[in-house]
Design a protein. Structure first.
Ligand code: HMG
Length: 422
């Protein structure tokens, strides 16, 4: 069904929920649940963390109409930061008009390691471990047989010497789960046998968040006419965005902020889907530093014929659609419903596309009006609505508030009265 999203941000919260239900994007049950805003029952909170006192709430918002691999998604965001949702919505809108995002999941396996030390002969130990590879994989799978029934399991094992450590890596197909528990169980089961084979000691057995076997790439091509109606200005904006992306490759101070902007969107969606955002952040920041210098994760390049701005973002995305707190938290269930119940690979594709969208909006704002203009406009808009401005009164009132640099409700009300007297 084709949905017209114009004006979605101007509706009230309950109108938005009703709109989603009317369009068949949210069940009646979840509409009522979100309307009541009883986000996390305390008995569930107590299952999730120890010494629970209460639960801390954050805004749960929606970025509509996100086109990824030809499919439209309604994307839930959990964020405390103003303008993140507006920026992602803005980018989603422009990029949809330009054909949307393409996302490619290169592979989806988790990696873990057993770190051996005091190994008397690393070369000999490596040989023994590699020749016992098939038995070791069987041993790992025997420690967590349920994943085999689901079509997953331990897939490969390799060994690396790093100084006085002999590191044994295991790669796991965890299917829809993130796989941390599975992998840790398997690695701990392997440790005694690895100690025997290597004649060394196991220091630790743990998954790695540097999930290089779970890389996802999102790309998009933005038609320059959507950057500005003026052709020359559009080209200048695109050139500056390309420069901004180069700057993030060169300067770690800029790279850090550039990537923070990407994570404004990624974290918001990872949180909304009940996933472990620390794991996703840790993996991505390590990936950003893989060359030995911390760099921007995305790249923007202008086509040689200067008609399209091409964006690309690659990062590890070992996301889950099952397990952890996902099945416990009823708001997370609403997120999966809004997203159309994606499987893990599909969700990973959406998340990386969201990161690219967020980066697009931030860079465009930075190289044009600057970041503060958008913030002030949003603040003024929300004050105008709170002051009771009607649709046609919003734009002139926002203009007055920005010109007066007086961002409070009293000023909004006074300016609205003056506008009405004119
Ligand atoms: P604008 O062009 O003034 O927006 O941009 P507009 O009022 O013309 O509206 C255009 C569309 O934007 C709307 O279409 C919505 O899709 C969306 P419509 O619905 O009207 O057909 N939109 C909104 N959606 C929901 N609620 C709203 C809303 N307003 C617009 N209230 C905008 C305004 C804020 C989008 C723009 O200035 C922008 O993208 N700014 C960037 C903001 C940003 O990146 N914020 C993140 C926080 S800053 C940060 O932490 C990251 C950073 O440091 C990263 C880095 O350095 O790389 C910047």
């Amino acid at each position: 069904m084709k949905v017209n999203w114009t004006g979605f941000s101007k509706k009230t919260r309950l109108e938005r929920l009703d709109f989603l239900a009317q369009k068949g994007l949210l069940s009646k049950e979840k509409e009522e649940f979100l309307a009541k805003n009883e986000t996390l029952p305390l008995n569930v909170a107590e299952q999730m963390a120890e010494n629970t006192l209460a639960s801390l709430a954050l805004p749960y918002a929606l970025v509509p109409d996100f086109l990824v691999n030809g499919q439209t998604y309604q994307v839930p965001f959990v964020t405390e930061e103003p303008s993140v949702v507006a920026a992602a919505s803005f980018a989603a809108k422009i990029i949809k008009r330009s054909g949307g995002f393409n996302s490619l999941v290169h592979e989806r396996q988790m990696i873990g390691q057993v770190a051996l030390y005091q190994v008397p002969d690393q070369l000999e130990a490596r040989k023994k471990i590699l020749s016992a590879q098939a038995e070791l994989l069987d041993l790992a799978n025997a420690a967590y047989p349920s994943i085999l029934k689901r079509g997953g399991g331990a897939r490969s094992l390799w060994v690396e010497s790093k100084e006085d450590f002999l590191l044994v890596y295991l790669s796991l197909d965890s299917q829809e789960a993130m796989g941390a528990n599975m992998l840790n169980t398997m690695l701990e089961a392997l440790s005694p046998e690895l100690e025997r084979l290597s004649q060394g000691q196991s220091l630790m057995a743990i998954l790695s968040n540097y999930a290089t076997n779970s890389l996802v790439t999102a790309t998009c091509e933005v038609d320059l006419r959507y950057l500005s109606r003026n052709k020359e200005e559009a080209q200048e904006i695109a050139q500056k965005m390309e420069l901004a992306s180069r700057l993030a490759q060169i300067d770690p101070y800029r790279a850090s902020t550039h990537n923070k902007g990407i994570f404004n969107g990624i974290d918001a969606l990872v949180l909304a889907t009940g996933n472990d955002w620390r794991a996703i952040e840790a993996g991505a920041h390590t990936y950003a530093a893989r060359s030995g210098q911390y760099r921007g994760l995305s790249k923007w390049t202008l086509d040689p014929d200067q008609r399209k701005l091409r964006g690309e973002l690659t990062l590890p995305m070992p996301i889950a659609s099952k397990g952890g707190s996902i099945g416990l938290n009823p708001t997370v269930e609403a997120s999966f419903e809004l997203l159309g119940q994606p499987q893990a690979r599909e969700l990973a594709s959406i998340i990386v596309a969201v990161g690219l969208a967020q980066n697009f909006a931030a860079l465009k704002a930075l190289v044009t009006t600057g970041i503060q203009a958008g913030h002030m406009k949003l603040q003024a808009k929300s004050l105008a609505l709170q002051a009771g401005a009607q649709q046609e009164e919003i734009a002139p009132l926002v203009k007055e508030l920005i010109a007066g640099k007086n961002f409070n409700l009293q000023a909004a009300k006074e300016n609205l009265e003056k506008l009405r007297e004119k």
